[in-house]
Design a protein around this ligand. Structure first.
Ligand SMILES: Cc1ncc(COP(=O)(O)O)c(C=O)c1O
Length: 403
């Protein structure tokens, strides 16, 4: 519940926004972080991996070489270099730029918001995984859409359950969903990866039932064991897939940069609605940084650092967790999803866990409706190894007590 007093203009807000400000918002979870507890809550990158000196050199170089132009509307050549870099990256993934185009955005969330603006009318239906990235549920809710969820198992979205829902909807005469939002690679929050067979089946269903696929590849480059199967956007020529990417996890969230690739006409539509433009100066120096090859050069070390932390968290879970607790073993990304005995409520346990020395995000945050009461998300990337040890020990003690 928002603390602020009500104010006259409030009544003029859209109905979905009015409802949203009364719900606990994204930022309010920060209050869960208590000073003495290890935070396994947030999906933050390891700040030791931020390339501060490389970025500083790129800022200097752009200002020295482009001067005012870099700071003017539109910016200069280095901004174009960012675009070329991203097009090349996406082409290497298999995106066909004869039929598709790229839009640079202020992050993946902005890219998805832009897609929503272009496509969603109140009352439309979208499909999400359950659980799914909590930050995006708020974005979808702003548009007053119906959110239909499909459960996830160790191979990602259980696509046959989506097929059953689509069948029932058609029998009822319901309109097709506008799109299915999926995080196929190293999913937030479960860490699972959508299998190749399920990718194929999802694309078949999109064709059969006439909907789009919004593919969020925020973690695609952060594979730790092996690359994920190919992006959905490259597995079909049906022009039904919009793919979104982000620099938040591989470079730094603070640059607020992401992108989307979409069929050309759809990219044009998103460009039309992405009002206000993007931060062209940041694009210029990130363009300089990426073109110099430093991001690509750093990725192996980033993977190595996260692999070590992931392995350490899994070892600590194995060693400490009481019986009846289960967890995922992610092949990439930032997260481990823990399922507690049915009798343990993760939200109710959070306060005592914080006192014991650990915080996490309770499962229900990741569900559009009910679900996840006995589950929680742990992030292994932001914390140091000894914090992982202390955090998992505190978690194990809290679970044992809650049982
Ligand atoms: C699946 C997913 N998509 C998008 C984002 C956010 O990306 P950005 O910071 O580029 O908006 C996150 C980060 O938490 C995420 O987990």
């Amino acid at each position: 519940m928002s603390e602020a007093e009500s104010t006259p203009l409030e009544e003029k807000l859209t109905a979905p926004v009015r409802a949203a400000i009364d719900e606990s918002a994204y930022g309010s979870w920060r209050s869960i972080a208590t000073e003495d507890a290890v935070s396994l809550s947030f999906g933050f990158p390891d700040p030791d991996l931020f390339p501060q000196s490389g970025l500083a050199e790129s800022v200097d170089a752009v200002l020295a070489e482009e001067g005012d132009e870099a700071l003017q509307y539109g910016a200069g050549e280095y901004r174009e270099e960012l675009r070329s870099y991203l097009v090349e990256q996406e082409r290497e993934r298999g995106i066909d730029f004869d039929t598709h185009d790229l839009l640079v955005t202020n992050g993946a969330t902005h890219a998805i918001d832009t897609v929503c603006r272009a496509f969603l009318d109140p009352g439309d239906t979208i499909i999400v995984e359950a659980p799914t990235f909590m930050g995006i549920l708020g974005v979808f809710r702003n548009f007053g859409v119906d959110i239909v969820s499909v459960p996830v198992d160790e191979d990602g979205m259980i696509v046959e359950q989506l097929a059953a829902k689509l069948r029932h909807r058609r029998e009822r005469g319901a309109e097709p969903p506008t799109f299915a939002y999926t995080i196929p690679d190293f999913h937030n929050p479960t860490g699972t990866t959508l299998s190749r067979e399920r990718r194929e089946r999802l694309l078949e269903l999109a064709e059969e039932y006439d909907f789009g696929v919004l593919e969020d590849g925020a973690y695609s480059d952060l594979w730790l064991d092996a690359e994920a199967p190919p992006p959905l956007a490259t597995m079909t020529d049906s022009e039904r897939v919009i793919r979104v990417g982000s620099f938040a996890k591989t470079l730094a969230p603070g640059v607020r940069m992401g992108w989307l690739t979409a069929p050309k006409r759809i990219q044009e539509a998103t460009e039309t609605v992405a009002a206000g433009g993007t931060n062209t100066f940041t694009e210029s120096f990130v363009g300089h940084y990426c073109e110099s090859g430093q991001l690509d050069d750093n990725l192996p070390a980033i993977r190595e650092a996260y692999r070590a932390k992931r392995d350490h968290m899994l070892d600590e879970l194995e060693e400490n967790m009481p019986a009846e607790v289960e967890w995922t073993e992610p092949a990439g990304g930032f997260f481990v999803w823990v399922t507690l005995p049915e009798s343990v409520d993760a939200e109710a346990m959070l306060e005592s866990a914080a006192e014991a020395g650990v915080t996490y995000l309770p499962g229900p945050m990741f569900y559009p409706g009910d679900g996840g009461e006995n589950a929680l998300r742990l992030s292994f990337t932001y914390v140091k190894k000894d914090e992982i040890t202390a955090g998992i020990e505190a978690l194990a003690a809290s679970i044992a007590q809650a049982r």
